[in-house]
Design a protein around this ligand. Sequence first.
Ligand SMILES: Nc1nc2c(ncn2[C@@H]2O[C@H](COP(=O)(O)OP(=O)(O)OP(=O)(O)O)[C@@H](O)[C@H]2O)c(=O)[nH]1
Length: 513
Amino acid sequence: MMPSHPFSLLSWLLFLSAGLTLGLALFASRQRHYPVAHWFTWLTLAMSVYSLGYGMELATGTLTQLKFWINIQFIGAVFIPALLLLMSYAYQYHRHPPLTYRLLLLGLGGLNLAVQLGNDYHRLNLADIQFDVVDGLTLSRLTFGPWYYVLMLYAHLAVLVSLLVFYRSWRRAPRFHSHQALVLLCGAALPWLGYLVSLASLTNQLRLDWCVLSFSVSGLCFGYGLFRYRFTHLPPIGREQVFDEISEAVVVLDSQGRLLDFNRQAVQLYPVLSRDLIGRTAEPLLKELLPLLQQEGQARLSLSRQGRQYEVRCHRIRQDGPHTVGYALLMHDVTDRHQLLLQLRQQAEVDELTGVNNRRKILGLLEEAIAQLWQGGHHQPLSLILFDLDFFKQLNDSQGHQLGDQMLKRLASLVQETLMPGEQLGRYGGDEFLLLLPGKTTKEALALACQINQLIQQQLTMSLSLGIAGYQLQDSAHSLIQRADLALYQAKARGRGQACQQADTGLLEDEGR
Ligand SMILES: Nc1nc2c(ncn2[C@@H]2O[C@H](COP(=O)(O)OP(=O)(O)OP(=O)(O)O)[C@@H](O)[C@H]2O)c(=O)[nH]1
């Protein structure tokens, strides 16, 4: 429906604005696989329709033409709040809004459009439409119906929420993206400001719709954001996506040790961290981490916090030169690795059947004990008991291997209970065990051997043969065990069920049943 007046400069500007926003829509549509570009396409398209309708409205000469172009404007206008909301959602979360959210918002837009298109029958939206021609411009004089106010309330709320999203991104994003968020914030805020200006000028003779007039500038803002900052390519809240989502806790300090930034994981680890502390010295908060700042190179430390293990790395931040401008402290949860290491160590050191030290471990402990004697000047005695079950083979053969296993377990646990702190029991092999007794003389070891033998006879109705050797100067772990083995051999030879003590001379010194 072509208007009757020639187009004014304002109409041409509006057509230019419509063309600009349409161009943006076309550009963004080529990248609509990015959710934000998808909704941006529809938003700029809606703006374009609105601008075109208004440009035409300003040149209309009859009420029918006016109503027609107002309806065209509504086709764009009713969807703008919804599309702005959907775009801000996609901008923030880098994905399409949930389907229900989309259906609800677009459904509301559709409902508003239906109400407007049927306005002649119910006048709920626009109760009356008149127009004046001022300076060659056709300006509508509208009397609003109740539905219009509902529509405005919804539109304002939608714009407000979108503005909050962009505002939040602006405040939280790092510098590069915060510029982008600011540009988008301006793009979204301008039509709203335009609307407020229009409201204020309702009583003026030149009642222009500043909201739609601002679309060109708004479109330019969005376009600038699109081209300069490529917001359809780069997720602007990379900080939230990367900084907050990575598993490591990160704290950033400046060169003076003042708090600059931290992520969500860091707050879980140090609940005291808050935005208010930014700029303050981190010393009272992160005392245990600060020694890292003094170290050069890849400094690391282990940290135990809230029942978990962390490996902390300190990364020096340098900018245009060798000087450190800040530090990034990265705390990596290594609890699983730590537990796996403990498990592996346990497997490497513990005898699987009896749960006492295995051969490798007890030999290591013996060597350590001898080394300590050397360091301490040999003032402390050290004794060793090597023992095994008598006739264990018979038990295995007659009652089965499983019962034999049970017997070995019971034996180990009974002997373990008789030990004092610092004394160590290890399975030397088969049914042979080694008892390491730092601080005990051979006499005391002999008494203990007799006590253990008695206990086993009572509890397991089996006897032990035990060989005892005391540490002598120049002894190695090997020679000491050899003498204990010799003593054990003597105990067997003497009829089993007894303890024998072997001196370094090779003579049997003592014995006990
Ligand atoms: N059930 C069980 N038996 C084992 C295990 N390791 C070794 N043995 C058995 O333990 C026995 C040890 O043999 P010996 O020490 O020669 O036999 P013994 O009857 O105790 O002889 P004496 O020590 O001279 O009284 C062998 O029959 C091995 O098969 C084990 O883990 N479980």
